[in-house]
Design a protein around this ligand. Structure first.
Ligand SMILES: NC(=O)c1ccc[n+]([C@@H]2O[C@H](COP(=O)([O-])OP(=O)(O)OC[C@H]3O[C@@H](n4cnc5c(N)ncnc54)[C@H](O)[C@@H]3O)[C@@H](O)[C@H]2O)c1
Length: 249
């Protein structure tokens, strides 16, 4: 028996970056099956093939998490294939940065739609089954930006919303043996950071006590803990995984 033997998982935004690393780690933990959801159909198919060339344990599904009908259909496909969903990782997320005085309504809504409503819709699609079976592990990917970050009023609001949602769903679900936690990564080396200008990146890295960027695998290891029964007494938490960044405010 390994950490996730006999468990079935869904990871959203899993075509690349942190989501892909989480799916890869779950496979190493002997997960019975993992469904990769992503908007980018070609990339998610390619990722699935790279992670499991046999296609026995990995399925790729094109899904826009901001669209509730799309989410419900994708979850139904997973349930049909796997029989149930034990672990849900709400990882899909976007940024549309701008100073608040220049931010448009569209930028704000797009980020809330994907980051917050995506999480909300995915949880709503799986929670009834988890309650019925009295087992579930929900992991929401937040961000250190939830504490505040210049140029990210929209993103910070979406991630702070996820943290409040996480604690409340944890309270409502605890009696049903479902744990709900979030992870707040900071400065992980993925494509999402590519929109940040180089000079600002240098300053940001210098501000990390570890003096480097984090790797997606360093978030995946936290997700692995929260997805396993090692974390059975851990619920309603936001785990900071940021190389000590938040100690500097
Ligand atoms: N990289 C960091 O430093 C960092 C820090 C804090 C939090 N995060 C969070 O981690 C999560 C993953 O980010 P990443 O750095 O791996 O980013 P990434 O851009 O490398 O990957 C994000 C993935 O999500 C997918 N996606 C975007 N919108 C989607 C939608 N509507 N439906 C389904 N899939 C969608 C993308 O196609 C992509 O494959 C995000 O929630 C992000 O906010 C990242």
């Amino acid at each position: 028996m390994s950490k996730l033997t006999n468990r079935y998982a869904v990871v959203t935004g899993a075509a690349k970056g942190i989501g892909r690393a989480i799916a890869e780690r779950f496979l190493a933990d002997d997960v019975a099956g993992v469904a990769l959801f992503d908007m980018d159909e070609a990339l998610v198919q390619q990722t699935a093939l790279e992670l499991d060339p046999t296609g026995e344990r990995v399925i790729a599904i094109k899904c826009n998490v901001a669209d509730q009908e799309n989410v419900n259909a994708a979850m139904a496909t997973v349930t049909e294939k796997f029989g149930r969903i034990d672990i849900l990782v709400n990882n899909a997320g976007i940024t549309r940065d701008a100073m608040f005085h220049k931010m448009t309504d569209a930028q704000a809504r797009m980020v809330l739609d994907v980051n917050f409503y995506g999480t909300f819709y995915c949880c709503q699609a799986v929670i009834a089954g988890m309650r019925e079976r009295e087992y579930g592990k929900i992991i929401n990917i937040s961000s250190t930006s939830a504490f505040g970050n210049i140029g990210q009023t929209n993103y910070a609001a979406s991630k702070a919303a996820i943290d409040g949602f996480t604690r409340t769903l944890a309270l409502e679900s605890a009696r049903k043996n479902i744990t709900v936690n979030s992870i707040a990564p900071g400065m992980i080396e993925t494509d999402i950071l590519k929109t940040i200008p180089e000079d600002i990146m240098k300053t940001k890295i210098a501000n990390v006590p570890a003096n480097r960027l984090g790797q997606p695998s360093e978030i995946a290891s936290v997700a692995s803990f929260l997805a396993s029964d090692d974390s059975s007494w851990v619920t309603g938490n936001t785990i900071l995984a940021c190389g000590g960044l938040k100690m500097r405010g």
